[in-house]
Write a protein that binds this ligand. Structure first.
Ligand code: SF4
Length: 349
């Protein structure tokens, strides 16, 4: 396992008919999103996006040398009580994007140097994203497409998009149904997430390639490789809930080690997006040093070697603000498109 830092220092087949009686995720709303009905995610059949940027805070084989081309989708099927992206998952910030605009954004990210396009939390609009990706690929997009999700999605909903997705970055938030019920109202999350990750790991073998700079200038020991196919399972450690992390690591070791990478994240930040005083928050503090040491020991105990873990950094400077043209700190992110302004001119970023 390798440590990494958020500041990057070292580091259709798809059919729109899925919206007609929507069961894309475990909420099973069975609503007709074409006719104005809305399910838990609150979204119509239209794809809405919040921002697109070159982001340098992802895992090393995702960030590479050029940065990851993140595209943040509006809406969410989980809405965790501690969501750091609450402005888009709950507060609905975003603007509609058709397939042509989605493809434009992908191509603009690639021309700005992105190693990949990294689609964040799009489980509720898989058919629209698949349509946009296919158009982008037809128009010349050549970098890998990453699916960065909560894993609260059905394999049969993902399968029609498998021709245009290359790498999966699913969360595995918890295997504890009572935690899943309490903090995101989805007691079936563990079952659905494990079956989605099984499908992801089985559908794309793990493969690396030199980063873009190495491909154009020649390989060098200083230039990283990037993941071009496969699955990186992310797990966020929740302070005071280390038994949940232990269960996730044990399952990873038993089920996916050697076939997927693990990304252990320790950036939990006590964000309170829901102003209700009784809103459940799993912890009101950061991961502390003793907990960090304990999870590092767990990695050893379970013999997990392939993957990444974050350096322990407490603070909220990295939290996004999607009301800004550049939602992230400027050393982490270069904005390309924003829901308020459209494509961002260099001087606006
Ligand atoms: S994608 Fe949205 S409407 Fe469809 S089942 Fe999930 S929450 Fe319900």
């Amino acid at each position: 396992m390798r440590e990494y830092h958020r500041d990057g220092a070292f580091q259709a087949k798809g059919s729109g008919n899925a919206y007609a009686s929507c069961r894309l995720c475990g909420r099973d709303c069975s609503v007709d999103r074409f006719s104005g009905e809305r399910g838990f995610c609150g979204e119509s059949q239209s794809l809405r996006l919040a921002s697109a940027s070159i982001h340098r805070g992802e895992e090393p084989p995702v960030t590479g040398e050029g940065g990851s081309g993140t595209i943040f989708v509006t809406g969410c099927t989980l809405r965790c009580s501690f969501c750091q992206n609450w402005q888009i998952s709950r507060a609905s910030m975003g603007a509609e994007a058709d397939a042509a605009l989605f493809a434009d954004i992908c191509l603009r990210l690639e021309s700005a140097g992105a190693e990949n396009v990294n689609i964040v939390t799009g489980s509720h609009v898989i058919p629209a994203i698949a349509e946009g990706l296919r158009e982008a690929k037809l128009r010349g997009l050549s970098v890998p497409a990453l699916w960065n999700s909560s894993a609260y999605e059905r394999p049969e909903a993902l399968d029609p998009a498998s021709d245009c997705l290359d790498v999966f970055l699913p969360d595995l938030k918890t295997l504890d149904a009572s935690l899943a019920a309490r903090f995101f109202g989805a007691p079936d999350y563990p079952e659905l997430a494990v079956s989605a990750i099984d499908w992801m790991v089985g559908s794309k073998p793990l493969r690396y390639a030199p980063c873009r700079k190495a491909r154009t200038e020649g390989a060098s020991a200083d230039l990283p490789e990037i993941v071009v196919s496969g699955t990186i399972v992310r797990h966020l450690v929740i302070p005071g809930r280390l038994e949940s992390t232990r269960a996730v690591l044990a399952l990873f070791a038993e089920r996916w080690a050697g076939k997927a990478l693990l990304s252990l994240m320790t950036q939990y930040t006590p964000v309170r997006p829901d102003s209700r005083a009784d809103a459940a928050l799993p912890a009101d503090r950061y991961v502390n040093g003793a907990e960090y040491a304990e999870v590092m020991d767990m990695l050893q105990e379970y013999g997990i070697e392939d993957g990444y873990y974050q350096e322990l950094e407490n603070g909220d400077e990295w939290l996004p603000d999607f009301g800004r043209t550049n939602p992230f700190a400027s050393d982490l992110s270069v904005p390309i498109w924003h829901w308020k302004t459209g494509f961002v001119r260099e001087k606006d970023g």
